[in-house]
Design a protein around this ligand. Structure first.
Ligand code: KG4
Ligand code: ZN
Length: 335
């Protein structure tokens, strides 16, 4: 990644090694497989990225690596590789919070100023945040139980659809009737911007049991009904999140959606509707930058390096690492 004179970022190389094939027989990520797959591929991936960018380690201004939060085996492998390069090449090292990378990548095109409202929705996280500056976040809401992506994945598994569940549920929902099953909209109207998905997941399971054995039409209708409930919840939670944002922070420059769930067309449409009503620009990074990727870590590294926020080589990997330290001890382990 290179910082252009106009403040935007230029991606010189972007290598992503997907492990979906290795995990899909198990219907979810297996931590041991993930850690081993990281060790096996990381050297090749780094040399491919360096040669693709036409650069060498000694020409870099700094080296950034994700230090968490996430499955610790894989995080340690990436972090140690980054530290090794920084040490060998004598470069500043940046230990990036992977959630911060999701939060900041919307600024890569160089146009979005702080502060902005962020909906971060992935397989492990569902949060609404006020992004006030680099390293300066207020968490306005989080999930009390499952993340949205996790709820999609579990629903898919229950309905016999492949992993990862999000795209499979969305595809099945396209032909389904969202009104056939009356599923709950958990947390609707609550004054906090928190989410809860596990009741919806259970209601979907009970609805499926009530019409079993499932025909393709039933699966499509269940997926459409589930997705419609998620869409309503997202819209309602964003409305509350923006209200809290305006009370605590002031005017927002825009709304950003990030994380793998941002790939969902129905959810994107709902956020776009919400933004139009609120009179705020929607900044939705391209899909490639929304799901986990190295470019977003590099960009967060640049944002931190520019502000002199360099890290020690002794920085430890963190399985949990909330962006907003004020809420570190709240909730049930979902940072
Ligand atoms: O951010 P991400 O790539 O990885 C992390 O979890 O950190 O997000 C993956 C999650 C999975 O749960 C996947 O099912 C969900 O994002 N996802 C979707 C869609 N595409 C991916 N959820 C709903 N609709 C989609 N089209
Ligand atoms: Zn992620």
């Amino acid at each position: 990644m290179r910082l252009r004179a106009d403040g935007s970022g230029e991606i010189l190389a972007d290598e992503v090694m997907s492990q979906i094939a290795a995990h899909s027989p198990y219907g979810g990520v297996v931590p041991e497989i993930a850690a081993r797959a990281h060790v096996e591929i990381i050297d090749q991936l780094i040399s491919r990225a360096l040669s693709g960018a036409g650069t060498r380690a000694r020409d870099l201004d700094g080296v950034a690596a994700a230090a968490g939060p996430g499955l610790i085996g894989g995080v340690i492998v990436g972090l140690m590789a980054g530290k090794g390069i920084a040490l060998a090449a004598g470069k500043p090292f940046l230990a990036v919070n992977h959630l911060e990378a999701h939060a900041l990548v919307a600024r890569l095109p160089g146009k979005l100023a702080f502060p902005y409202l962020l909906l971060l929705a992935s397989g492990g996280h569902t949060q609404i945040l006020a992004v006030k500056g680099v390293g300066d976040y207020d968490r306005l809401g989080t999930t009390m139980d499952d993340a949205i992506g996790e709820a999609f994945d579990k629903t898919a598994k229950m309905l016999g659809l492949p992993y990862p569940g999000g795209p499979a549920v969305e595809a099945a929902a396209r032909d389904g009737d969202p009104a056939r099953f009356a599923l709950p909209r958990p947390m609707l109207g609550r004054p906090s911007a928190d989410f809860s998905l596990s009741g919806l997941k259970t209601a979907t399971r009970l609805a499926a049991q009530s019409v079993a054995p499932l025909r393709p039409r039933d699966v499509a209708d269940l997926c459409a009904s589930f997705q419609a409930a998620v869409v309503d919840v997202v819209e309602d939670r964003l409305r509350v999140g923006l209200r809290l944002f305006r009370q605590r922070v002031g005017a927002a420059q825009g709304v950003v959606v990030a994380g793998g769930v941002a790939a969902n067309g129905a959810i994107r449409d709902a956020v776009a509707r919400f933004c139009a009503q609120a009179g705020l620009p929607l900044v939705a990074p391209p899909q490639k930058l929304c799901t986990d990727n190295g470019a977003m870590i590099a960009w967060a590294g640049i944002e931190r390096l520019r502000r002199g926020l360099v890290d020690d080589l002794a920085t430890a990997a963190r399985p949990r690492w909330p962006l907003d330290p004020k809420v570190e001890r709240s909730m049930n382990g979902k940072a």
